[in-house]
Design a protein around this ligand. Structure first.
Ligand SMILES: N[C@@H](CCC(=O)N[C@@H](CS)C(=O)NCC(=O)O)C(=O)O
Length: 211
């Protein structure tokens, strides 16, 4: 079976995080553009891959993986030569999993609620991320002392949370704290990030030209 990953993608979506991750692991991949404007994500062909009708998604050796955090974690494990995840028997694996799940269960929802200016409920105890202020403070703690989430060890957690923090800074859904800005400044220097970003800009230009 081919090792090539099929990557269902649109540069204006969370797929950008997986795109960076694919460049980090150096895995062979083929992009399948899904036109969100035309609603291709809700057509039967794509719903057969992800019944949620949402990007990103990958297919690797016949297995579908959806959910951005899960895809990043999967790729780190599937391509261990890139050393982007602690092994299961290393204690630091616990921190790694903690922050990966924190990204999916807390950061994602908090930033989107903020972006959509959704009203804050009177009590937040049942909200996965609780109070926005606590979420932001905890996120800052995750990257402190740094330079990475697992200190001197860059991992898929930096790709995932780093992308979320970058998005938060650009969309102004995160307070522009120095710790967030310094962290993003460090991440965008990575060769894999630069490759991903160059390709993304090209794709965005193609989309613009196509109208
Ligand atoms: N929980 C999913 C969220 C995926 C998601 O909401 N993707 C958006 C783009 S960023 C999407 O495909 N929206 C199209 C739609 O819902 O019609 C993840 O983390 O991957």
């Amino acid at each position: 079976m081919s090792d090539e990953i099929i990557f269902y993608h649109n540069p204006m979506s969370r797929a950008r995080m997986v795109h960076w991750m694919l460049e980090e692991v150096g895995a062979p991949y083929r992009m399948e553009h899904v036109d969100l404007q035309k609603g291709e994500q809700k057509q039967p062909a794509f719903l057969a891959v992800n019944p949620m009708g949402k990007l990103p998604a990958i297919v690797h050796q016949g297995t579908v993986v959806t959910e951005t955090g899960a895809i990043c974690a999967y790729l780190a494990d599937a391509f261990p030569a890139a050393e982007l995840a602690p092994r299961w028997d290393e204690p630091i694996r616990g921190s790694y999993l903690r922050w990966m799940f924190f990204g999916a269960a807390c950061v994602d929802g908090a930033l989107i609620d903020r972006m959509l200016a959704r009203p804050v409920p009177a009590t937040t105890s049942a909200l996965g991320y609780g109070r926005y202020e606590d979420l932001i403070d905890t996120l800052e703690k995750a990257i402190t002392p740094g330079p990475y989430i697992l200190q001197d060890r860059f991992s898929a957690a930096d790709v995932y949370l780093g992308s979320q923090i970058n998005f938060g800074m650009i969309s102004k859904t995160l307070e522009p704290r120095a710790a967030f800005q310094n962290y993003v400044n460090l991440l965008v220097q990575r060769p894999a990030y630069k490759r991903f970003q160059a390709q993304r800009e090209q794709l965005l230009a193609q989309m613009k030209a196509a109208g």
